[in-house]
Design a protein around this ligand. Structure first.
Ligand SMILES: CC(C)(COP(=O)(O)OP(=O)(O)OC[C@H]1O[C@@H](n2cnc3c(N)ncnc32)[C@H](O)[C@@H]1OP(=O)(O)O)[C@@H](O)C(=O)NCCC(=O)NCCS
Length: 172
């Protein structure tokens, strides 16, 4: 037996639903521990008012364990925030939520998923790469930092690989 092997705790059976204003207490509690520079409550209120795509994950016992916010553009989906409560991280919830974000994009027939991630956030970058997002650019000094600003890595994924053929009549 490998002594280093550690079983990964099973993810709770979380349900997704649309984010509401009365979720923001629980959302902010996660936001403030998940990030060095968290969004403000106002950022979430503005996102909901703007009609952005925003959903929460609710575990049994009505515990809010994660959320995402994404902006729908003409042809693209821009993921603005995705977070899992620290005590539930590393159990597959982030991966599952990101799959749902992509499913929304495809259902809306959007071409591309975009996001920015702090250059130092290796864990999120590895997850995004694993899900097929490519690192396509760098925005220098995009994020505030402890003593100096930090670069953002810009990542993208084509949601529809053959858009020209989508809905096209069959050709012999
Ligand atoms: C980034 C984040 C959303 C990922 O969600 P998660 O539920 O922790 O991720 P998952 O459990 O689905 O893991 C996905 C992958 O992340 C990596 N990962 C997860 N836990 C890890 C850990 N403790 N150490 C290193 N890598 C880890 C693994 O590559 C894992 O792949 P696997 O499923 O093959 O094991 C979550 O960690 C988070 O909220 N972080 C803080 C906020 C943040 O950085 N958001 C992203 C901003 S762009």
């Amino acid at each position: 037996m490998n002594a280093l092997w550690q079983p990964r705790p099973a993810a709770p059976q979380a349900q997704r639903r649309v984010m509401r204003l009365d979720d923001l207490g629980a959302v902010m509690a996660i936001e403030q521990v998940a990030y060095s520079h968290p969004w403000s409550r106002g950022n979430f209120i503005d996102s909901l008012a703007a009609g952005y795509l925003a959903e929460v994950l609710i575990a049994p016992g009505d515990e809010l364990v994660g959320y995402f916010v994404a902006m729908v553009g003409v042809d693209e989906l821009h993921l603005l925030n995705i977070s899992i409560a620290p005590r539930h991280q590393g159990r597959g919830l982030g991966r599952a939520l990101l799959a749902e974000v992509q499913a929304h994009g495809r259902a809306l027939r959007l071409e591309t998923l975009w996001l920015e991630v702090r250059a130092s956030n290796e864990r999120a970058r590895a997850l995004y790469r694993d899900l097929g997002l490519a690192e396509v650019g760098l925005r220098r000094g995009y994020y505030p930092g402890a003593d100096r600003r930090e670069d953002a890595v810009v990542m993208r994924k084509a949601l529809r690989t053959t858009p020209a053929l989508d809905g096209a009549p069959d050709v012999d």
